[in-house]
Design a binder for this molecule. Structure first.
Ligand code: ADQ
Length: 454
């Protein structure tokens, strides 16, 4: 079998792996290792002039090939079209979409540039797997440069309903780009249905009786491939993490109070403002928990070049301050709000000691934190997952308490139910979810996708 070539905006370079540490990087690395593959993408650096060749490094039997971007290209392609237009659009936030023709041109330009840089490295029997919304035009650009290999695309975010997609100027170009792949993969059946609908209504294409899609003169496969984690690896990491100094210090500070946890990138799609309001409603409606619980919200700042992210950060700090000011006692603070990141190991430790996890995005492709929380639990004393129905993970994790994040009082009720849930029920729910996680793990995701790519 030929090599696997992975293309993604960011590449988890060996020297930077700690930061990229999550399950996805590991899953991609495992897939690449078996095939002496290449991982290609942006270096993470901005340069004065556009490079003429990728920087190539060999490690662990793999080739890492990365390219710098000019400041102008980075601003238009990454901060602009990818994160200020596509990201909000794909998360149903039309109010936040900021489209400009020059950003869209930069997006197309960078995709062509990546294709030109990758092209000389390809062999005829390679298979190419492109990841995420930054790189939708990659297959088209590669085809234009002469690539005949099989090319698959996986979208990590949701794919919006056609009415939402159609508000984007040039949405037909995106559909045409998607149809240039041999295989397009989505997180859930809902996303796949939205894609089918867009092909029919937006591209006058068709879904054929065998499930393949026909549009723009191409026939391609499209499917749902819900991304998984390695639950046993998480479980193995979580238990010993409790012995670390960080975790021991933190547990001491808790003084037997029950912990409610949220772990997210600081992003408006994660529903953090709604979550903070739900927590305040919980303290209002169920005052018996005051002094007995603590809410730890870890929210790592990302994309701070995009103004909306800076504004969100200010609003969240103010909300956390309001809650602390309103409910704190001399010897108790209800909320601990941190804008820093932790090692994956420490994170798994925090998840393990939490009685409840609040995973309440307004919209999320999958949400790996929901899955990691379940996997990190102590089987004899598992905690409770409160999950938004608008996370892809809700399609699989039916042992969670499902709560609508747009209704703060409903989330407060879910918190109360979690606090009162008997151990027996917690174990049953956890067991069911853990079985699903083991069955649909990261290896199954990768093998299903690559099997369908052929
Ligand atoms: P994200 O939006 O980044 O991913 P998520 O699926 O939750 O969201 O993955 C985040 C990962 O980063 C998890 O592995 C988590 O443990 C880790 N992480 C989060 N905060 C951290 C912190 N403070 N310190 C260290 N690690 C932290 C996108 C899509 C999702 C989709 C994934 C995978 O938006 O919907 O599930 O890709 O496809």
């Amino acid at each position: 079998m030929g090599r696997l070539v992975v293309v993604s905006n960011r590449v988890a370079l060996p020297q930077k792996r700690k930061q990229a540490g999550g399950g996805l990087a590991t899953g991609i690395l495992d897939a690449l290792r078996g095939t002496e593959g290449i991982w290609f993408g942006w270096s993470g650096d901005v340069a004065v002039t556009q490079p003429t060749n990728p920087t190539v490094a060999q490690a662990d039997g793999l080739t890492y090939a990365t390219v710098d971007l000019t400041r102008k290209d980075h601003a238009g392609y990454y901060d602009g079209f990818s994160n200020a237009a596509l990201w909000p659009l794909f998360h149903y936030r039309l109010d936040l979409v900021n489209f400009t023709r020059s950003d869209f041109a930069a997006y197309q330009r960078v995709n062509s540039f990546f294709a030109d840089m990758l092209m000389p490295m390809l062999r005829p029997d390679d298979r190419i797997w492109v990841h995420d919304y930054h790189l939708i035009p990659m297959a088209e650009s590669l085809r234009r440069a002469g690539a005949a290999q099989r090319i698959g695309f996986f979208l990590h975010t949701p794919f919006p309903p056609f009415g939402v997609l159609a508000t984007l100027p040039h949405y037909e170009d995106l559909l045409r780009s998607l149809c240039a792949y041999n295989l397009v993969g989505f997180q859930t059946a809902d996303d796949l249905t939205s894609f089918h609908d867009a092909v029919i209504r937006g591209a006058r294409g068709a879904v054929l009786p065998d499930g393949n899609v026909r549009a723009f003169g191409h026939t391609l496969r499209a499917g749902a491939f819900p991304i998984g984690i390695d639950p046993d690896a998480i479980a193995e990491m979580a238990a010993p993490a409790l012995k670390s100094r960080t975790l021991r210090r933190f547990e001491e500070s808790l003084q037997d109070r029950r912990l409610i946890i949220g772990v997210d990138r600081l992003d408006y799609s994660k529903g953090l403002e709604h979550r903070f309001k739900a927590f305040a409603s919980f303290l209002d409606h169920y005052p018996e928990h005051r002094g007995r619980i603590r809410f730890l919200q870890i929210a790592t700042a990302t994309r701070s070049e995009v103004p909306e992210y800076r504004h969100l950060r200010q609003r969240l700090s103010a909300l956390a301050g309001d809650i602390a000011g309103r409910f704190s006692e001399l010897d108790w603070t209800p909320i601990q709000y941190l804008n820093r990141s932790f090692s994956h190991r420490s994170l798994c430790g925090f998840l393990r000691i939490s009685h409840v996890a609040l995973v309440t995005p307004l919209r999320d492709g999958m949400n790996l934190v929901a899955k990691e929380y379940v996997a990190a639990q102590d089987p004899s004393e598992p905690g409770v997952l409160i999950l938004s129905p608008f996370a892809g993970a809700a399609h699989e994790l039916d042992g969670a308490i499902i709560a609508n994040p747009y209704d703060p009082d409903a989330v407060a009720e879910a918190l109360q139910a979690a606090m009162q849930m008997p151990l027996e029920e917690r174990r049953e729910r956890w067991q069911a979810m853990m079985e699903t996680l083991r069955r649909n793990n990261i290896t199954a995701w990768r093998e299903n996708f690559l099997g369908a790519l052929g």
